[in-house]
Design a binder for this molecule. Structure first.
Ligand SMILES: C[S@@+](CC[C@H](N)C(=O)[O-])C[C@H]1O[C@@H](n2cnc3c(N)ncnc32)[C@H](O)[C@@H]1O
Ligand code: SF4
Length: 361
């Protein structure tokens, strides 16, 4: 059987680390060429069998790399001998300050058909607190470049940032809609230990909006997006009809995927693989052809993953997934919608989903 496979490639470079971010990324751009060679080694020596159905170049910031390096990595994927390269969706992430017309045109020329821009906010003072390298004008310019060149453009926003106003958020969505952006990822700020934002909040130098305020802001965003024809298809993701991210859907549907690069992980037939999170360890793994860290999922693990990931989607999961969990489902019935053989979180359920899911573990 020729199974579908999603491919993720991690580019861990950022010009500067944002105050809130704890993704695996660092500013050592001098490692770019070496990293790209390692990636190509890792890709070429991997045995991928099946149909590559989606490709996602994420980070970090893929757009800070030389565009020719992006092309080299994509070519390595196209040259995999046992896989059929026939993706319907190829996404690249870009930060506003590093996206130019030339780069966007080049990405399109080499095959990308979707671009995701990390806008976060259109409010200069909020962007400054986040220590982003762009301001609102740069973000607008990037959205213009992206939408001039690509039909399928996604933008990321963060809700719950210090100094943020609900009006500002809903205006941001109007702006994105005016530019005909088709997909919006709206993340709630996660205050990650060890980040500069975390330290400032801990030391009392900065305060965050309360949980209720964040919830109200998210609801306002959701309503605005709905009113403009964006459908919420996952906890944090909204799109115009037909523009759902196929790649991200494959994670939540547990379709096989392979991740290349530092900290990337993979799921192949109920086995999870993880790449190391430091450059030195990743380099050693690739050069020595060592096996990646692997976890074989038990039947219970798979069952829990199906629930945990499937319930992130508004379409929910088959009621069969709750076999053995009926009493817990019944306890939380007010947080779910029941539709034929499908069960999904309702709006209230999405607000508290993490605490409910713990009980299914
Ligand atoms: C890993 S980043 C990569 C995108 C790109 N480097 C950028 O920042 O524009 C993907 C998205 O995760 C979100 N993100 C990162 N850290 C976050 C945090 N602590 N809380 C909520 N969202 C976060 C941001 O919206 C960001 O655009
Ligand atoms: S949010 Fe994006 S640009 Fe900022 S540090 Fe994280 S990955 Fe890099």
């Amino acid at each position: 059987m020729n199974k579908n496979i999603g491919i993720y490639v991690h580019f861990p470079f950022c010009k500067r680390k944002c105050a809130y971010c704890d993704f695996v990324s660092f500013p050592n751009l001098e490692l770019e060429s070496e990293y790209v060679s390692l990636l190509i080694d890792e890709i070429s020596s991997s045995d991928v069998k099946g149909k590559i159905s989606t490709v996602y170049f994420g980070g970090g910031t893929p757009s800070v790399l030389h565009a020719e390096n992006i092309e080299k990595v994509l070519s390595a994927l196209k040259n995999l001998s046992n896989a059929e390269f026939c993706p319907t969706e190829l996404t690249i992430e870009a930060n506003p300050e590093s996206l130019t017309y030339e780069k966007a045109l080049f990405y399109k020329k080499i095959g990308f058909n979707r671009i995701s821009i990390g806008v976060q906010s259109f409010d200069d003072s909020v962007l400054k607190i986040c220590e982003r390298l762009h301001n609102a004008e740069t973000a607008l310019n990037a959205v213009k470049i992206a939408t001039d060149i690509f039909d399928n453009v996604s933008c990321d926003l963060i809700v719950g940032l210090p100094g943020q106003f609900v009006d500002g958020l809903t205006e941001s969505i109007e702006i994105l809609n005016k530019f005909n952006v088709k997909h919006v990822s709206c993340y709630t700020l996660q205050l990650e230990e060890g980040t500069r934002l975390y330290n400032r909040v801990q030391s009392g130098k900065l305060s965050l909006p309360s949980e209720d305020e964040v919830c109200d802001a998210f609801n306002a965003v959701k309503q605005k997006l709905n009113a403009l024809g964006f459908n919420r298809y996952e906890v944090s993701n909204f799109s115009k009809l037909g523009y759902e991210s196929r790649h991200n859907l494959s994670y939540w549907q547990r379709i096989n995927y392979i991740g290349y690069g530092i900290s990337a992980h993979s799921l192949i037939d109920n086995v999870r693989f993880n790449n190391p999170s430091t450059f030195a360890e990743y380099k050693e793994t690739v050069l020595n052809g060592k096996r990646r860290f692997e976890t074989v999922l038990s039947v219970d693990d798979v069952r829990f993953e199906k629930l945990m990931l499937g319930l992130r989607m508004t379409k929910g999961v088959d009621v069969d997934c709750f076999a053995g969990y009926e009493s817990i489902l019944n306890r939380y019935k007010d947080f779910f919608d029941f539709n034929g053989d499908k069960v999904s979180f309702n709006d209230r359920g999405f607000e508290v989903m993490n605490s409910i899911l713990i009980d299914f573990m």
